[in-house]
Design a protein around this ligand. Structure first.
Ligand code: BTN
Length: 326
């Protein structure tokens, strides 16, 4: 966990993007001695930050390391609460277990659990999720909405829209959503989202959303079974990308959309989701637990359920399936 002074120091540098901040100003703002400030600056350097120090001007940050710890996430973060509480680990089995535990212990809304590597990352339908070190964004976010549990699937759609918009804002890359919550780039899987609830019959304690984003992998880094179906932002863009900037942009989009959702309801999320969805209006095959259905994807309901119209005109509600566009 980050020290409060370190957090405040990074917030000041964030708020004064690229400007010099004098030792005097920093020590007054943070209520500690100039020697203490100098020690914090040295600690940042040890952690891989590049800082310039100029006499009579002060310090400014030139670059930050490609890590996703609290430090890198705070510097440049434009949210009020999302991502302000960060639990960071180098390597974990999965961020899921930690997020559930922190949530039970009362972690605040918007708290995130981030790991550089997951050695037992989990996906939908208990599949494994490939999460190699330093190349993706593997995280969970904890939300505490005051909504009925049946509406929780709406938050998965909200997360998908936020990720698409965050990636676009940070990199210029436009991805698409495939129902229920895969994000694709050039037809290949880029992002997976997994939502779980801590709830009683009529009350949500927390919605715990796990998001995995392939950022800097190269084709040869993917295991054989994923080579044809998975991609990363770096593969499509042809250059390495800054993971913390992408995460910051997603958190910002998510915070804005979430506060609009709590105030005004699902309509905006639904419209945005449908505008990014690759499957809507197309012929699809849906493999469900009860068999396979083929037909046209019409849209989603207010509960996030997919509507499929078969060749006889009958409309089916699809709650869970793997879908393929044909
Ligand atoms: C899917 O199957 O599409 C969902 C994949 C979700 C993966 C993310 S990575 C971070 C978080 N931790 C996990 O173990 N899973 C989620």
């Amino acid at each position: 966990m980050q020290s409060t002074i370190r957090k405040q120091l990074l917030k000041l540098f964030s708020d004064h993007d690229g400007e010099f901040l004098s030792g005097q100003m920093l020590s007054e703002a943070l209520g500690c001695s100039r020697t203490a400030i100098w020690k914090h600056i040295e600690d940042l350097r040890k952690d891989g930050f590049e800082l310039e120090a100029v006499q009579r001007k002060g310090y400014r940050i030139l670059s930050k390391p490609d890590r996703l710890s609290g430090n890198e996430i705070q510097l440049g973060l434009k949210t009020n609460t999302f991502g302000r509480f960060v639990h960071y680990e180098e390597s974990v089995p999965s961020t899921r277990t930690i997020a559930h535990k922190l949530s039970y212990e009362g972690a605040p809304e918007g708290a995130i659990v981030v790991a550089e590597e997951q050695v037992a990352g989990r996906g939908r339908l208990d599949r494994s999720w490939f999460s190699p070190k330093y190349s993706g964004i593997w995280f969970h976010i904890i939300l505490r909405p005051n909504i009925p549990p049946q509406q929780a699937p709406q938050l998965t759609l909200l997360a998908a829209v936020s990720v698409v918009r965050g990636i676009k804002a940070a990199t210029g890359i436009q991805c698409e959503i495939k129902w229920p919550n895969d994000i694709l780039l050039n037809g290949k899987k880029l992002v997976g989202i997994l939502t779980e609830l801590q709830a009683e019959t009529d009350q949500i304690h927390a919605v715990i959303i796990g998001i995995g984003i392939n950022v800097n992998q190269q084709p040869e880094h993917f295991p054989d079974d994923l080579k044809k179906t998975a991609t990363s932002l770096a593969i499509e863009k042809g250059t390495k990308l800054n993971r913390s900037e992408i995460l910051q942009a997603i958190l910002k989009e998510m915070e804005n959309l979430y506060s609009d959702y709590l105030e005004n309801g699902f309509q905006v999320v639904k419209l945005l989701w449908e505008s990014h969805a690759v499957s809507i209006g197309k012929q699809i095959t849906a493999r469900t637990f009860n068999g396979t259905l083929t037909g046209k994807a019409l849209g989603i309901t207010d509960d996030g359920v997919l509507l499929l119209q078969d060749h006889h005109g009958k409309i089916h509600h699809i709650y869970s399936a793997d879908i393929e566009i044909i």
